[in-house]
Write a protein of this length. Structure first.
Length: 302
């Protein structure tokens, strides 16, 4: 019902406001129309301050408050979603709720649509070291938990043989020793407390002190072996140079699964991105803008 109709309802019948030709009808119609137009202008002013309702230049001005500029050819809907994401970043960025809300806005998903976020996602790690007897090194697990450690040992020096190779975690005091010889070309794998030499179970030859897990954070390790059989040889032609040193090099490979610290993973289906017309790069940009400082955000498409 218009304002003029509301005014007419309150006037006595004999005023003939119901007659379009009467002066009172013309007067109430003019007044009501002015009031209706004034109300529309007031609503448009209010809409200009609401991200959900603003459009064109009004939306550009709202975006400027958060340093958001409209991209070339960008529609109001896409620009509006980027502004909403910026608002979430200022109001509560870094929380799981803020990240989920940003993703739903960017992809045009309902507010009750599930958005899967995994904190401290697992990643497979592998590092190989070239070692000699007595070599020490620092290992950084980059994990929030201690990890089960798989170890592979290979002798790299041709025609060489090592005896009783020993690996020790100096930080925890734990160690393991494989008793007996290991020659060039042979592969020793230690997984789940078992020793596999060239595919054959040789666990009885394995001696472990402690659990020999990879501690979270940094730890110091040492490799040692008995190399007496390779240290020297007697040369009948040079009596003054009867002993020479054989430099034996081996490769030790550590493999473990780390729960990444200060990291979260957003899982989205490729179909969801395709329907929304959004690229994976754009979603990654949203994650990087909303996440807390010092936190790593990863996108995994399934």
């Amino acid at each position: 019902m218009t304002r003029s109709e509301n005014i007419s309802k309150r006037l006595p019948h004999f005023y003939r406001q119901w007659d379009p030709e009467s002066q009172i009808s013309v007067l109430t119609s003019s007044i009501g129309q002015c009031m209706d137009e004034t109300e529309k202008e007031l609503i448009s002013i209010l809409y200009a301050h609401w991200v959900d309702k603003a459009s064109r230049y009004d939306l550009d001005k709202l975006g400027a408050l958060f340093r958001i500029q409209r991209r070339e050819g960008e529609a109001d809907l896409d620009c509006r979603n980027r502004i909403k994401t910026a608002i979430l970043r200022y109001q509560g960025g870094g929380t799981i709720a803020a990240i989920q809300a940003s993703v739903r806005i960017a992809l045009g998903l309902p507010w009750d649509h599930p958005v899967e976020i995994n904190e401290n996602p697992e990643v497979s790690c592998k590092r190989t070291y070239k070692v000699r007897s007595g070599t020490e090194w620092q290992e950084d697990a980059r994990s929030i938990n201690d990890s089960t450690l798989d170890i592979t040992l290979v002798v790299d020096t041709e025609n060489a043989k090592i005896t009783d190779p020993t690996l020790k975690n100096i930080t925890t005091g734990e160690s393991l020793t494989f008793q007996g010889d290991l020659s060039y070309g042979e592969v020793l794998e230690i997984r789940g407390g078992k020793a596999i030499l060239n595919g054959v179970d040789q666990t009885p030859r394995l001696s472990i002190s402690g659990s020999l897990r990879l501690p979270r954070g940094r730890s110091k390790w040492q490799y040692a072996e008995f190399v007496g059989g390779n240290l020297g040889a007697f040369d009948l032609t040079h009596f003054d140079k009867s002993v020479f040193v054989v430099d034996i090099t081996s490769s030790i490979t550590f493999e473990w699964t780390a729960s990444q610290p200060a990291t979260f993973e957003l899982c989205l289906s490729k179909e969801t991105l395709t329907k929304a017309g959004v690229r994976a790069k754009e979603v990654q940009e949203i994650l990087d803008s909303v996440k807390a400082c010092g936190v790593k955000a990863e996108l995994r498409l399934i």
